[in-house]
Design a protein around this ligand. Structure first.
Ligand code: RIB
Length: 303
């Protein structure tokens, strides 16, 4: 409900996470081990990236009320000023970000196939550098938000501290499980209002074999319930072209089909980020979970 929108200068949406400069290489197919392939295009493309920054930009573009703050880490290289200008151009407040003159900004390298599939390698750079005093300040900022978005491209201790502060203050946290294969502590799951894996992340978190949950809603629900048994509250699973499934903390199961993209898919990068940001914005607007899912699906398709 709209009462969740915070007054004064407190941002409604706080995103704590990674910031990358993404370099895109078009390929006909991914190289196999020990193989060299040529790119389809004679040049690369560069864009703002990082799951945190992507979610902040999407939330700012989708939020009628504005008030989106991003907290991440800028490096000391030439990319930093460019990234800052990109965030500001989308209306994202970066005042609480850290800066590290001695480090590179984070980087993403995306191999983009003709059908839009995006396979990435991320170089963490400054994303890994969080001083304790900065984390404490971020917790203060997060406590005043209407919703907080987290991913897994920054040290786990940052996410755990922010989520614990939010849980104590009654601020919902949406934890994207993407970005890192490390385990998630049960106590952290319990501090997040929504835990958001995609299918492969859910398989990994629930101990299933790769592919074991594909096209099987019952198996997805069982795996999501296994996360709830570990402490998770609501579990939001994004299923690519199969849509999404939300297992709520009261046991209800909501199913949303994928929204057909308005044109041929050219690049799937950050579609999941747009989905999560839209879900968060709709939540802050007080919409029921069914509408939050619809808004997320539409934003993901557009992205
Ligand atoms: O979710 C997409 C993002 O993942 C890319 O922007 C890349 O930088 C990685 O963080």
């Amino acid at each position: 409900n709209s009462q969740r929108l915070r007054g004064g200068n407190a941002p409604s949406v706080v995103v704590v996470g990674s910031l990358n400069v993404d370099t895109f290489v078009d390929v006909d197919r991914l190289p196999s081990r020990d193989e060299t392939v040529g790119s389809r295009s004679p040049s690369t493309a560069v864009a703002l990236g990082g799951k945190g920054a992507n979610q902040a930009v999407a939330a700012a573009r989708l939020s009628a009320a504005g008030g989106v703050a991003f907290v991440g880490q800028f490096g000391g290289d030439a990319h930093a000023a460019w990234l800052e200008q990109k965030l500001a151009a989308s209306g994202v407040d970066v005042a609480a970000c850290g800066r590290h003159a001695e480090l590179q900004s984070g980087q993403g390298y995306v191999l983009l196939e003709p059908d839009g599939a995006a396979s990435s390698v991320v170089v963490s750079g400054a994303n890994g550098a969080w001083a304790d005093a900065h984390v404490a300040a971020v917790c203060d900022l997060a406590r005043g938000a209407a919703v907080v978005l987290l991913q897994r491209e920054v040290p786990e201790g940052v996410n755990e501290a922010v989520a614990a502060a939010c849980a104590a203050a009654g601020v919902p946290v949406i934890q994207d499980v993407g970005g890192e294969e490390r385990p998630v502590a049960d106590a952290h799951l319990a501090n997040c209002a929504f835990v958001c894996p995609n299918l492969s992340e859910l398989e990994r978190l629930s101990g299933g074999a790769p592919g074991s949950l594909a096209s099987d809603d019952d198996a997805v629900v069982a795996a999501a319930k296994a996360l709830q048994a570990r402490g998770a509250r609501s579990v939001l699973v994004t299923l690519g072209s199969d849509g999404s499934l939300l297992l709520l903390d009261d046991g209800r199961i909501l199913r949303q089909s994928a929204v057909p993209p308005p044109a041929a898919v050219v690049d799937a990068t950050a579609a999941g980020d747009a989905f999560r940001a839209a879900f968060a914005v709709a939540l802050v607007e007080g919409r029921p979970p069914e509408q939050c899912l619809q808004f997320g699906a539409a934003a993901g398709a557009l992205a």
